[in-house]
Design a protein around this ligand. Structure first.
Ligand code: DX5
Ligand code: ZN
Length: 228
């Protein structure tokens, strides 16, 4: 049984707190505060693909014994091909790379699958969702950015919900299996409309880690995101 089985087969919506908004001076106890979540979202930034640097595989590997659920790794890096092995070794269960960062998306998805983990592709707000059409049959997850990648705490771009609608329609038409994830500015103010548009997997940094009770916020987001 893989750590991702529950994500694929279990109830939706799924909630993945973004560690970027945690207090980095006490990461182990920050993980305990979000134990209610379905997965942990790990933002990898290289100061080249995005204008910020976060952390790398050494830290992800050190966190692995402290988190029993899936590691949902979001690669915001140039040359994502170089980082498959290090993050698989560090314990990644999902590797999501940016479509804009490689000419060889299909090959990269194959390489990720050869490592026995799930493969996702992410799109910046300025990239049309239709570019994913040829890759969709091979993907486990599509991540629609609802902010420009690089920083936590930015405002949700509601216009991205049009991409969610397209993806959900496409998934219905083709009997697709990919998860539809969003990331950036997700909170109790917008999760219901994002869910209605088609998202079923929600990344949230600031709204969860800065809440008085992250556990209650995760439950609240899950309730609001549950489709009516
Ligand atoms: C942005 C990252 C996000 C970010 C989300 O580049 O990919 O995962 O941490 O943080 P909030 O929820 O604060 O927008
Ligand atoms: Zn992210």
């Amino acid at each position: 049984m893989k750590r991702t089985d529950i994500l694929l087969k279990g109830e939706k919506p799924l909630i993945s707190p973004s560690l970027l908004a945690a207090d980095f001076t006490k990461l182990a106890s920050e993980l305990e505060r979000v134990a209610e979540a379905d997965a942990l979202h790990l933002d990898i930034m290289d100061g080249h693909y995005v204008p910020n640097i976060s952390y790398g595989p050494a830290i992800v590997g050190q966190l692995r014994p402290y988190w029993g659920k899936a590691f949902d790794v979001h690669l915001m890096v140039s040359e994502p091909e170089r980082w498959v092995d290090p993050f698989v070794k560090a314990g990644a269960d999902i590797l999501t790379f940016h479509w804009e960062a490689t000419h060889h998306g299909h090959r990269l998805i194959q390489n990720i699958h050869e490592q026995g983990i799930l493969a996702g592709v992410s799109l910046n707000p300025g990239t049309p969702v239709q570019v994913l059409d040829p890759l969709l049959p091979f993907l486990d997850l599509v991540l629609i950015m609802t902010v420009n990648p690089g920083f936590g705490g930015q405002a949700y771009i509601a216009e991205m919900e049009a991409k969610l609608k397209w993806l959900r329609r496409k998934r219905e038409e083709t009997n697709g299996k990919w998860l539809i994830q969003i990331d950036g500015g997700v909170s109790d103010q917008n999760i219901a409309s994002a869910s209605q548009a088609g998202a079923d997997f929600f990344v949230a940094g600031t709204s969860i880690f800065k809440a008085e009770s992250p556990e209650n916020m995760i439950r609240r987001l899950r309730d609001l995101g549950r489709k009516a």
